[in-house]
Write a protein that binds this ligand. Structure first.
Ligand SMILES: [Zn+2]
Length: 154
């Protein structure tokens, strides 16, 4: 079932089992997590960094930018979280996925001040093969285990 709203909870550790319609925010680990808002049950981890997601808390509700594009899930959900409400967006086309990845890549390059920094705004698509910008599943699995393991150890 698609969620229309997302309530938030500030936690130190992201719980192992997430409730649908809840966004868990760990300031300690600069990470937010929620179950995909389409209801498919996949966990969506959004690291909060200058080149990943940004979280805005206005004292009542939470917004996350940019949009959540779950192109690695079968549902391929795409939505915005604005003031605790889900704004559904269209499905990702392969072109949008590529553009999103390129944008991420450029953002990362900018962040790490590579040689392209000066011209990064003019670059449309780098001719080099696109590197996987999102860490592979295994990485997140390990991160996840680490987070939840810490939780148990506490
Ligand atoms: Zn989904």
């Amino acid at each position: 079932m698609k969620s229309a709203v997302l309530n938030h909870e500030f936690v130190e550790f992201i719980p192992k089992v997430l409730e649908d319609g809840m966004l868990y925010v760990s300031m300690t680990y600069a990470t937010a997590a929620h179950n995909c808002c389409c209801g498919c049950g996949n966990k969506v981890i959004t690291p909060l960094t200058p080149t990943d997601w940004k979280l805005i808390y206005d004292g009542e509700s939470i917004s996350i930018t940019p949009s959540i594009g779950n192109w690695s899930f079968p549902c391929q959900s795409h939505y915005w979280i604005k003031h605790g409400k889900i704004k559904w967006s269209g499905q990702w086309s392969s072109g949008e996925i590529a553009a999103g990845r390129t944008r991420d890549l450029l953002a990362k390059k900018k962040q790490f001040k590579s040689v392209e920094t000066a011209i990064v705004d003019e670059v449309i698509v780098a001719p080099e093969p696109l590197l996987p910008v999102k860490p592979p599943k295994g990485f997140w699995r390990r991160m996840w285990d680490k987070l939840t393991f810490s939780n148990e150890a506490d």
